[in-house]
Design a protein around this ligand. Sequence first.
Ligand SMILES: *[C@@H]1O[C@H](CO)[C@@H](O)[C@H](O)[C@H]1NC(C)=O
Ligand SMILES: [Cu+2]
Length: 309
Amino acid sequence: MSTFQVVGLLASLASSVAAHGYVSGIVVGNQYSLGYANSMQYQQTPPKVAGWSDPEDTDNGFISPSMYTGPDVICHKGATPGQAYVDAAAGDKVTFQWTPWPSSHHGPVITYLANCNGDCTTVDKTKLEFVKVDAVGLVTPGNPGTWASDNLIANNNSWSFNIPESIAPGNYVARHEIIALHSAQNEDGAQNYPQCINFKITGSGTANPAGTLGEKLYTPTDPGIEVNIYQSNTAYPIPGPTLWSGAAGSSGSSGSAAGSSAAPSATAAPTSAAAAASSVRATSVAASSAAAPKSSKTACKRKRHAFKA
Ligand SMILES: *[C@@H]1O[C@H](CO)[C@@H](O)[C@H](O)[C@H]1NC(C)=O
Ligand SMILES: [Cu+2]
């Protein structure tokens, strides 16, 4: 065994121990595409996949709020463009298959599309403008309630959304993300798990909506980022830009129970009144966070990091 192979073996052992999750496959109709896996960097001839490479992310770790203004929040740690595309048509249902997600890691599931205006395999990620096309947060009120991540687990660790019908054909980067909130009552405690995948979208749509740069999507003090979920939750303001009006609707995992029974205020495309109302609710949520369990941001690797049996 070469040193290189030994390092690879150790890295894959390490990632199986600390694994959180990543998108291992993408399904559109009857077409399956392989996602990027960290272990691919140790293959002699890694496959060309549509998923963006993040070889530095050997522990399937997360992006913390303190990293929101840097490039790693865009498509995960040190990510470089995927070297292939998933083919899809506007209106198609897309399913992202995650590796098993820990049940304690409750939070929203959000999907954005950014037009590469050319080739995504060489695109400058810091210039991509992300348009929110699907977002589900709190699905059923409760303590902590049912979250989009819980539906993802229930749905065979997968999440589906529909590519908006009206979006212009072209090459796009889908930025698909789970934000785990199990330690989000602490400053810098939320955990973002972004995954980027290239799509070649066909269709006759003409919409090319303006988006938001990856480094401008969130701030550490957004009401949906610094939030205590260990209380009776009735609403949750999904962080980031407003859901695009052309989005197919927050169908979550369409064709399944996931997302479709969402609490109205949690997922509705915010009109300014609705957005204002949800920030008011979020403020009262934050105000009663005194009873938050004291867990450090490393708690993820300890007691709260439990997979559903
Ligand atoms: C569940 O997901 C795995 C991949 O993550 C896939 O291979 C399998 O076919 C899925 N099962 C169903 C019933 O969709
Ligand atoms: Cu964890």
